[in-house]
Ligand binder design. Structure first.
Ligand code: KE4
Length: 427
């Protein structure tokens, strides 16, 4: 007998903690039981009952070309014919590193990992080893993966669940992490005045995507670069989401700010498990085996992930002037949705930057975690389920981002706006 949709989740629950392998997939932020997916193609995702949705999650960012892109799939299949992992260097890793270094001028040397968490964890360890200092600073609502030092006032699933940090992180470790309000230059200046000479690193999402989309204020990142430069603090840009999303490079390319270290992930793996840490040669050379700061990974630079990532980046390289068209498409859908909310009398403000956006259910403005958390989460949940019923798959949390891909057509945009109108008619 065919399984019903709920069978999938109850079966998963018997053998997987929470029935999911990452908390945000459990839909705790919107209620209801998560839908299981069977396949995806281009801008569409299909659940186990064969229902089609237009996908704005895109695996939380990686699928900028759309799902199952033929060249990416064939790159994976071709590589797989020759084996899946060797635990020895391959040329594909060099090619990936060359692509990253050529695209992002601040990156002189790279180390591949298998996740964004590993790359940010490595960045923190590198900064502490390089400076000999212990303290690090981050920003409330920014999420840099689940390494102990960084799961402090984090965004993404932590913010949604209101988990202040997480049990299991000794306060001795938590006390070494300072978390400051995002976009607050005064708080930053005060913290650096007080702790500057003890700070190993300050890590930031240059565009925040884990408390919903929040843009940096004009001078925030510039001030951050000035203060870290002046005080010998390693500046880390966590570009796991923004890397290769807005341009063939990082957000840093667009604003002309060079961090000391950059963390990458998601898009550079084309949907396969990947992360990367890159930056100043003098810092990266401190990594074993060249240096004395240890970091390792059985599947780091895995040939399948490298092939998928290289195929993805090579296609993105040919689309350099299409990024602005993708940004315009995003702007268009956001403007049209804002008009719909206004017409229906629903308080909402839409933050967007290039091809990512978040609909905050409040008047706004939203410029940090405190303002983001003022959103009407219940209304977001109603909107999420309404859009789902109308064939549109959004992130199952108010404090996440929605993404467009190069596969999202004008028809997809029209369909989505129609779904939004229908959803609001039933509000
Ligand atoms: P991973 O370890 O999940 O590959 O990357 C961690 C990470 C690091 N930095 C940023 C800016 C990130 O957004 C992430 C992961 N993002 C979340 C969603 N916002 C991944 C989804 C999930 O946790 O399942």
């Amino acid at each position: 007998m065919d399984k019903t949709k709920t069978d999938y989740f109850s079966q998963a629950h018997q053998v997987i903690s929470g029935g999911v392998n990452s908390p945000v997939r459990a839909w705790k932020g919107v209620g209801g039981e998560p839908i299981f997916i069977n396949k995806a193609q281009g801008s569409k995702i299909y659940d186990v009952a064969g229902i089609e949705y237009i996908d704005y999650v895109l695996s939380w960012g990686p699928m900028i070309l759309g799902h199952a892109h033929t060249e990416v799939i064939s790159a994976i299949c071709d590589t797989a014919q020759r084996g899946t992992s060797f635990g020895a260097p391959t040329e594909t890793e060099t090619q990936m590193a060359q692509l990253i270094c050529s695209a992002i001028p601040s990156i002189e040397l790279v180390r591949m990992t298998s996740s964004g968490t590993e790359s940010t964890m490595t960045a923190i360890r590198l900064a502490r080893g390089f400076t000999g200092r212990k303290l690090i600073a981050k920003f409330d609502g920014c999420y840099h993966g689940h390494a102990d030092s960084l799961l402090i006032k984090a965004g993404s699933g932590v913010a949604t669940f209101g988990i202040p940090g997480s049990p299991g992180i000794p306060e001795e470790i938590a006390q070494l992490t300072l978390s400051l309000p995002y976009n607050d230059i005064e708080a930053l200046q005060t913290a650096v005045d007080r702790y500057g000479s003890d700070l190993a690193a300050i890590i930031v999402e240059p565009v925040a995507g884990n408390m919903g989309v929040i843009l940096p204020n004009k001078s925030f990142l510039k001030k951050l670069r000035e203060l870290t430069e002046k005080n010998g603090i390693v500046l880390i840009f966590d570009e796991v989401i923004t890397g290769f999303r807005f341009t063939f490079g990082g957000y840093q390319n667009l604003i002309g700010i060079k961090p000391d270290l950059t963390c990458l992930g998601k898009i550079i793996g084309g949907g396969m498990p990947v992360g990367a840490i890159g930056g100043k040669r003098e810092i990266l050379e401190r990594l074993a085996p060249l240096g004395d700061i240890y970091q390792a990974g059985t599947l780091s630079g895995n040939p399948l992930a490298m092939s998928a990532g290289i195929a993805t980046l090579n296609i993105l390289k040919t689309k350099s002037d299409s990024f602005s068209a993708l940004s315009n498409k995003t702007n268009h859908i956001c403007l049209e949705m804002e008009n719909l909310f206004k017409t229906k009398g629903v308080a909402a403000c839409v933050n967007r930057v290039y091809s990512m956006f978040t609909i905050f259910f409040q008047e706004g403005p939203v410029y940090d975690l405190v303002t983001a958390q003022k959103s009407d989460m219940a209304l977001f949940a109603r909107f999420f389920h309404g859009m789902l019923k109308n064939g549109v798959w959004l992130a199952p949390s108010q404090l996440e981002s929605a993404f467009l891909s190069f596969a999202h057509s004008d028809d997809d945009i029209d369909f989505t706006l129609n779904a939004c109108s229908k959803t609001l008619n039933n509000f």
